[in-house]
Write a protein that binds this ligand. Sequence first.
Ligand SMILES: [Zn+2]
Length: 368
Amino acid sequence: MDRGSRRPPVALALSLATAVLVAAAAPLGCGLLKGCRAKYPNFRARSYLVGDAHEHIKSRRQLNKLLDFMDRNGIWWSVLAAASDKTNLGPDADFTGYTENNETVLNIAATHPARLVPFITFDPKSPRKEKRVAYYLDRGARGIMLYHGHSDFYTTRLDTPELFEVYDLAYKAGVPVLMHINTHKYLDQLDAVLGRMSKVKFICAHLCMSFTRPSVLERLLNDHDNLYVDLSFGHPDYIKEAFGWFGEKDERREELRHLIEAHPDRFLFGSDLVFTDHPQKNKAWLDAMAGSYFSWLGAKKLKFGLPAKDDFPGLALSEETLEKIYSTNFREVILGGESLGDPKDEAVPNPKGLRPGDSDSDEVIEEK
Ligand SMILES: [Zn+2]
């Protein structure tokens, strides 16, 4: 079946919430199984200084879990994008709680300013948004996350006067805007925004939700120098579905690989695992998800899930491109080229000099 005649399986998924479901749904497998071992063959990430451009955290209670996860996986920086209860509690929750989550991410990031990068969110219709953004910037915000462009959050257009006021605030502050844009529905509006706000850096989460249509992504990247794309897929079911879709046919994978290699400065690593107290979001599961992303990007094959039982081919991107996706682009796009401190002072342990996708273990997941 060609791409044009087939309704992309992922499009179905994308019509539902993506990352927002992570908080509520059961992670795959192992967390439910007593005694499941925290060994994952893909997990290793320790020589690139990795920046994670898309992450959420519900409260300060998960801070240590997040930092431990980052250390284990060689993730030096992490964006903490403020989110509503819909993301942090589950899709049945209302789009509330984001003001509190702004405070959470700002407070947490202030305790680790070299590593945690807060993005704030707010209601664009608020008449006080200018003051509010100024207050958040003063508190250390380094980006704005908007939930428009995804019908599970807002169905308003992307090109309303209120939203242009927000983009303008981002421009004046010199910070990027991270957005969930479903380009199956909002493509024309995204074009209009990117064209008019050409000096603002926009990061389109989840490959603009058009990874089944690389030609659309390519056209967008060619037309708009200010567009960047994060490589997260949201809920683990969607990660698996995406890996499977690319795994089905070599040409699909080759097309995406070619697109990324042709635009290596425009893609960012993102995990979007949503740190909560959900008991199944344990160390093994978090590492398994990160490991599968690393392997998908950098290796020829990977195992997905916990226990790891699904085999998929990876993109096996070049070292130069991986370095950009993991590190260089994060510094440029998220940090604006600014250094937050010399990571070498507190280097992530990497006794074996391993890189994302490498494995230093033949052990496979076992259930007891
Ligand atoms: Zn997200």
